[in-house]
Design a protein around this ligand. Structure first.
Ligand code: ADP
Length: 611
């Protein structure tokens, strides 16, 4: 407190001293100013002209400045206007250019459209008249598949649509159809239909799904199509497919879709031609012609005559020995269909001939010989979009003809890793993708596995079926660890990878109506080793070492020794003349295994039926 007071006092004294000095300075400044004013006044009085000039100059300057300001203002205004005008002109020009471009584009599009229309017209004219076909069958990829029939039911309609046909595919709506398809189906209607001889009424729903230009109509009945598998046992299956065959015809009438041809497949749809010519004889559908395709003669739909008479509700007169009756007390649905249809087809020319013989005829050879006048053989194709090594997303490395040799090796190595086989790109990998039944020649394979596995060869099996075969392949996997892999499963993805990775595919069937696996194998540059029967004979040209041509390796008699010989011929070419083997790989990939030719042949038959 004491110190603060002291400082304040000193400041006060200092300030007082400062203010005195300031007033002295100010007085002096005033004096100087007065002197200056006096001097100036004297000077101006001395030169009056100079003053006037200066004034004028000053005025002129001020005016010039004003004018300059105005000019600047005008310039700014003019600039703004000019900019606006420029913008407007630009917009106008852009509009005109856009309009001109749009007009040109429109013209070009219209021209292109006309050209496309003309081209389509030309193609359509080339293909001849349009035909409508209803496919009726029990399975169809990708909804439900147990074998090759499903592939045909999917791929043939798709190709026929491209060849000027209207196609409807009629299928049962099984519970096992994946939900992603079921949820997209559209309800088209429902009605009740009588079926059994006692007059019981059955519900028929129609659910529709359209895909790739093909219309799929699913026959809906939860009471009958409940099982997870399309086929269970004859007691359930026969009434189920009697219902399906009759309901398919009722659905066509309900939808008022009268096709030129009703194309039925296998025993499950074999009653359709009989229903058509009996119970539907007085309906609009009577004008349709029928074709029945036999995909596999082994399956015929045989059961007690009285039961089938009751379940089908068909009139008594069709249960005679020329139509449905077989032996003393059975009815055979396929036999009846073959008798009543307008045209029979089967899935290869060789098989069409074979089934008229006792060995392959499955008890119907005499019946087929009798009807041979209307029997034709057309080999199956495959869907080249699904089976395409260039785009297949399920394989490890895509490839085309040019890089197939290298990239197939890369696929082989990945497959070996996936399956736990010894990884070696130089091993000769043989694939086998099949239902494991005795139709497929598996007893031959079983008896020679020890001779096949020689240190340079590996065997990959993919299939399910008879427990006996499943067990024997499991046994070999265990006995030859790292060299044999048995995948006892149904796995589409793995099937693709085996086709792409293997060097050869075994199809030593006892009988093979057509066979798809050898076609798929060729598409993937995998040489088929097949027995010369049915479609295998028609589609695989045997390798000729003298002329260096052919697509695979074949043997004729059903004999394990001959199968081993064919495998050894393949190995010899692979290990000793690799350039010739590689050339065959490329040849196979270039072979036309598509549906194009076969669909055109079916179309020809439709035109014969309905000129
Ligand atoms: P089938 O109709 O007599 O069974 P196909 O050769 O006509 O014989 O058709 C068999 C079809 O089923 C082919 O597409 C084949 O790839 C496929 N396939 C067979 N077994 C399997 C399996 N275990 N896993 C995946 N696909 C299989």
């Amino acid at each position: 407190m004491c110190h603060k007071q002291v400082f304040l006092n000193i400041d006060f004294l200092l300030n007082c001293e400062g203010s005195n000095k300031m007033s002295e300075l100010k007085a002096e400044e005033k004096k100087t100013k007065k002197k200056t004013v006096k001097t100036t006044k004297t000077a101006s009085a001395e030169k009056p002209e100079k003053k006037t000039v200066k004034k004028v100059v000053k005025k002129a300057k001020a005016e010039t400045e004003k004018i300059e300001e105005k000019v600047a203002e005008v310039m700014v205004a003019a600039d703004g206007k000019l900019a606006e005008e420029l913008e407007a002109t630009k917009k106008k020009a852009a509009k005109t250019t856009k309009a001109k471009t749009t007009a040109k584009k429109k013209e070009a599009v219209e021209e292109a459209e006309v050209r496309v229309e003309e081209a389509v017209q030309e193609i359509v004219e080339d293909l001849g008249p349009r035909r409508s076909v209803a496919f009726i069958g029990s399975e169809c990829y990708p909804f439900v598949k147990t074998g090759g029939l499903a592939d045909v039911m999917y791929a043939l309609p798709k190709e026929l649509v491209k060849q000027n046909c209207d196609v409807k595919v009629i299928l049962p709506r099984y519970k096992c159809i994946p939900w992603k398809y079921q949820e997209q189906m559209v309800y088209r209607g429902e009605f009740y239909m009588d079926l059994f001889a006692d007059g019981k009424q059955f519900y028929v729903g129609i659910m529709e799904y359209e895909w790739d230009g093909v219309v799929y109509d699913f026959i809906d009945n939860e009471e009958l199509f409940t099982s997870g598998n399309p086929y269970t046992n004859m007691v359930d299956d026969i009434p189920k497919f009697c219902y399906f065959s009759k309901a398919a015809l009722c659905a066509l009438l309900y939808l008022d879709w009268i096709p030129d041809v009703i194309h039925c497949h296998d025993w499950q749809a074999a009653l359709v031609p009989i229903y058509l010519r009996t119970l539907f004889e007085n309906t609009k559908l009577a004008s349709s012609k029928t074709m029945l395709t036999v995909h596999n003669l082994r399956f015929q739909g045989i059961y007690g005559l009285d039961a089938i008479r009751y379940w089908s509700g068909l009139p008594d007169y069709v249960f005679n020995k020329d139509v449905l009756k077989q032996n003393w007390n059975d009815a055979n649905m396929l036999k009846g269909g073959l008798a009543y249809c307008d045209m029979i087809s089967t899935v290869s020319n060789t098989y069409a001939g074979e089934i008229q013989s006792e060995f392959y005829g499955e008890g119907l050879d005499a019946h087929l010989r009798y009807h041979s006048g209307k029997l034709r053989g057309i080999v199956n194709g495959i869907d080249c979009d699904i089976w395409n090594p260039e785009t297949d997303e399920r394989i490890f490395k895509n490839y085309v003809v040019e890089d197939a040799i290298e990239n197939k090796k890369a696929n082989k190595i990945e497959l070996q890793k996936e399956l736990g086989l010894n990884v070696d790109e130089n091993k000769f990998v043989i694939g086998l993708i099949s239902r494991l039944t005795n139709q497929k020649g598996l007893d031959l394979v079983n008896s020679i596995v020890p001779q096949i596995i020689d240190g340079n060869t590996q065997l990959v099996v993919l299939g399910t079926g008879d427990p006996g075969y499943e067990d024997s392949f499991r046994y070999y996997e265990n006995a030859y660890k790292g060299e044999v892999c048995s995948c006892i499963q149904y796995d589409e993805d793995r099937a693709h990878r085996i086709y792409a990775s293997a060097d050869a595919l075994l199809v030593p069937s006892l009988f093979e109506p057509c066979g798809l696996t050898q076609l798929i194998a060729m598409r993937y540059g995998t040489a088929p080793i097949v027995r010369e029967t049915g479609g295998l004979k028609d589609t695989v040209e045997p390798y000729n070492m003298y002329e260096d041509n052919g697509n695979g390796f074949t043997f004729d008699r059903y004999d394990a020794g001959l199968l081993l010989d064919a495998i050894n011929r393949a190995k010899t070419l692979y290990f000793e003349h690799r350039e010739n083997y590689d050339a065959m790989v490329k040849r196979d990939m270039q072979k036309d295994v598509s549906w194009k030719l076969s669909a055109a042949q079916y179309r020809e038959l439709y035109l014969q039926l309905k000129p």
